[in-house]
Each structure stands twice: as structure tokens, then as C-alpha cells.
Design a protein around this ligand. Structure first.
Ligand SMILES: N[C@@H](CCC(=O)N[C@@H](CS)C(=O)NCC(=O)O)C(=O)O
Length: 211
């Protein structure tokens, strides 16, 4: 099971954490997807050359959400808690995953890249888009202990990666106390999260220096 990844990338964090939760050992291939030679290497099996890219016995999956679902379905050992089989519960998990893909991660990465890569103050529109997404997430975690259910699902793990991107640049979440409490609940459910976060922090600092 090969995983092309970089811990600095939020979608890769989601897959790494789902793998940890399931006790999966990946054959980890750490790459910098922005290097032309890495892009060429990835393009051989993923025309979108994005990470994470997962390969198992020649079967290639990219898009973190698709990989996370596959891992639970194949390696959950019958335990469907992370991606519940009940259609109604699963529909909420799916909605939260699509919310992350279409809004939460999108608005967070746009905001963070504006500061770190463009070295600019995010525009009023970017700030409002991000606040709107955070406001929605706040409402989800006030409704239930976890984003889609009363227990941890892959939607919590994927959304955690987007929020971690913001806490990494010290975005002030004071007006979102529900999110802060939810982050503690989610990270408390993830094995060796302290160690994971330490590596993430150190590698992020190294990456930021290259920007
Ligand atoms: N929606 C994708 C996003 C993947 C993505 O954009 N990854 C970035 C790193 S965070 C990447 O590989 N960028 C390099 C490229 O697009 O060539 C997912 O969830 O996996």
C-alpha cells in the first residue's frame, strides 16, 4: 500500500490519520508535489498529479475523501463507525465531506495561501467566505458532539485537517468556541496525535521557509 504524501498537505493529513485510526501501515513515499520532477513521476499514475495518491496492487486512488472511504470499507474489519453504513447517517457524513471539499477546505486554503504565498492580507471577500464556512462548522458541532454523528467519523478527520491549516497560522478561533472544543474531542480520539502534530508543525515550519 503506497501512499504518496506530504504531511504539510491537509488532504494528506486526513488520509494519514484515517490510516492511523485503522492501524494501517502505509509504504510512505514523502514527496514535494510542486517539484516538476515529482509532478512528472506522479503523472505516470495520477493525471492530476495531486497528493495524496494511494496505490494498492496497481489500483490507484487519488482525492483524499475517496481514499479515506476506501480504507474504511476495506480495512475497517466490519467496524463501520468511521463511515457508517446506515444510509441516513452516511448521508450526513457525505454532506460534511462535500462541505469540506467545496467550502471549508477551499476557503481555508485560499486564505492561508494568500498570506503565506502571496504575502498579502486576505481580501474582505476571502475573510467573509472563511467566516461563513467556520460559522457553518460551528453550527454542526453544536448540534452533535462530532460533525456528523455522536461519534468520530471520517468527516471529523477531514474537517480537522482544514481547521488545523488555520490554527497553523494562528487564526483566531475565539468566536468559534464549539470548534475549539470539537478539535479537542477529535484529536483525543486519534492515536499518537501529539507526535503526529509535532511532526506536522516541524515540517510546516521548514516548508514555510521555502515560500
Ligand atoms: N481535493 C484533493 C486536493 C489534493 C491537492 O490539491 N493536493 C495538493 C497538495 S495540498 C497538491 O498535490 N498539489 C500539487 C498539484 O496539484 O500539482 C484531495 O482532497 O486529495
Amino acid at each position: 500500500m503506497e501512499l504518496y504524501y506530504n504531511i504539510v498537505s491537509p488532504p494528506c493529513q486526513s488520509v494519514l490519520l484515517v490510516g492511523k485510526k485503522l492501524g494501517i501501515t502505509f509504504d510512505l513515499k514523502e514527496v514535494n508535489p510542486h517539484l516538476p520532477e515529482v509532478r512528472e513521476q506522479l503523472r505516470k499514475f495520477n493525471p492530476q498529479h495531486t497528493i495524496p495518491t494511494f496505490i494498492e496492487d496497481g489500483h490507484v486512488i487519488w482525492e483524499s475523501y475517496a481514499i479515506a472511504i476506501y480504507l474504511v470499507e476495506k480495512y475497517g474489519n466490519g467496524d463501520d463507525a468511521l463511515y457508517p453504513r446506515d444510509p441516513k447517517v452516511r448521508s450526513v457524513v457525505n454532506q460534511r465531506l462535500f462541505f469540506d471539499n467545496g467550502l471549508m477546505f477551499k476557503s481555508a486554503i485560499e486564505y492561508v495561501e494568500c498570506i503565506l504565498k502571496k504575502k498579502l492580507e486576505p481580501t474582505e471577500e476571502m475573510q467573509q467566505r472563511l467566516k461563513k464556512a467556520l460559522g457553518l462548522l460551528e453550527s454542526f458541532v453544536k448540534e452533535r458532539a462530532f460533525v456528523a454523528s455522536d461519534h468520530l467519523t471520517i468527516a471529523d478527520i477531514c474537517l480537522l485537517s482544514s481547521v488545523t491549516l488555520l490554527t497553523g497560522i494562528k487564526y483566531d478561533l475565539a468566536t468559534f468556541p464549539g470548534i475549539t472544543a470539537w478539535v479537542a474531542r477529535v484529536t483525543g480520539e486519534l492515536p499518537d496525535y501529539g507526535e503526529f502534530h509535532k511532526e506536522l508543525y516541524e515540517k510546516s515550519m521548514e516548508y514555510i521557509k521555502t515560500l
